[in-house]
Design a protein around this ligand. Sequence first.
Ligand SMILES: C[S@@+](CC[C@H](N)C(=O)[O-])C[C@H]1O[C@@H](n2cnc3c(N)ncnc32)[C@H](O)[C@@H]1O
Length: 505
Amino acid sequence: MAVKDGPERSLAERKRLGAWYTPDGLAMRIVRRAASLVDGPIRNILDPSSGAGAFLVAAAAIVPGARLCGVDADPLARAACQERAVGAQVVVGDSLLAEDEGGIAWTREFPEAAAAGGFDLVVGNPPWEVLEAAAHQGRHSRRAYADALRRSGAQVFATGAKINLYRVAIVRAFEHLRPGGVLAFVVPGGLLRDASSEDLRAFLLDAGEWSEVWELETGAALFPTAHRELSCCVVFVRKGRPTAQLCVRAAGSGTPVLLDRAVLDRLGAPDRSIPALASEAELDLMARLWRLPKLADCVGGIRKGDVNLTTDRELFCDHPTALALRTGKEIGPYRVPGGPRRWVDPERFGKRAHPERVRVAWRDIADRALRKRMCAAMLPPHSVLADTLNFLVLSGDEAEVAYFVALLNSHVFEWAVRRRSAHNHLGKRIVGPCPVVPYQARDTRCRQIAALATQAEQSAAAAIRADAAVAHHYGLSQADLTLILEGFPKQPYALKEAILGAFDG
Ligand SMILES: C[S@@+](CC[C@H](N)C(=O)[O-])C[C@H]1O[C@@H](n2cnc3c(N)ncnc32)[C@H](O)[C@@H]1O
């Protein structure tokens, strides 16, 4: 194993330490960009979890003469780092805990940076481990560590019983920056759109100038030993004034997109989510779509199924009853292809909201790598929905239900969902703020779309026409629809051509 890969470790040990080292080329690009954003001279550079030193090596090349400071909890990593980043001062210690809880003594270890009011540049890839109180019960050392972090005042932005170490690391890094200094960290992609990261996003937007974010390809390409689905991003924040503009670089071939704060606040509402945007054209389209009403405001509610597949198990039976159990896996676009596999005992189900109406439901879990993720269908009366499905509460007739099935299955709506989507779930928080054209019973196009949705149960051609009709209804141009379809690279070319053909026809 090369020194740059750090000390030889078992997978379990790597997980415990969060020891996934950053490739040299990426560290180089990050340090170069971060250094260009610093206000004033760069004399003191810190990587507070320096591992085998990828960032300090890059810093030595990009800012020659600067003082290089590193901290790592792992003595073996420190040795590897010291060997590579010659001249760096690397300390073994904890950079997340407060000093009186066992953290390193910053002023004593790095007096020059302390005298200068803090570091000019803090770079790195902090540990991403999540400490969960329940999961660590019985494992005294981890529980004690979580308690020490809480006493350190580092529970900021921890959700419930969980402590995400990368969040603590960001807040701590900020404390060690001088005004005008820049923080550049590789962190989980969840920071950009996860509900639980909302407060941290607010912090980054207001405690400093969050000037840039790079979304990276999935983790496996970057960190070969990490999980395939791991998503990551790099954030660049300058300590000082609040954010006025944020530059977003999407993963892959996207071009940088500049978002003014007012636009960001509007498109990211209500949870300050950072939209996934790959070009200025996408921003323009999103800004226009986001003037329409939100789905959540046009329906009576967005709910997760009637029953929990695990905790309500005693309600289910294998023989047919009047109530069919339906799960996410059984739903296809526009239709439910097979008959029910399980049923619900009506006596036990009792007086719970009785599913007497036709409902529009869609799969809650849909892998982000799927070529099409939103999958909605009409569920007949007496279907009991599992919590792997979401449904709309609607007060209108079946035409309204059919209309929303077409809308939710459309590429336009899913394109909007993808701007906000953070993980594999497609629940209320993700889809609720997405734009829709409200249903109006007297509107000819609404009725036309509803009729096509009903035919689409049997006919792929009708599904294509419904998709195109929804795009018209949203007021889109052919160029808009082309751009939207380009956002589905795994969809067959022939299908996209057919939708565009129906749009023009
Ligand atoms: C994701 S690795 C990144 C290392 C290096 N910055 C890089 O990008 O290659 C995280 C490092 O944080 C270290 N670490 C974990 N907890 C720490 C803590 N509380 N204080 C300091 N270092 C810590 C681990 O030993 C590991 O080397």
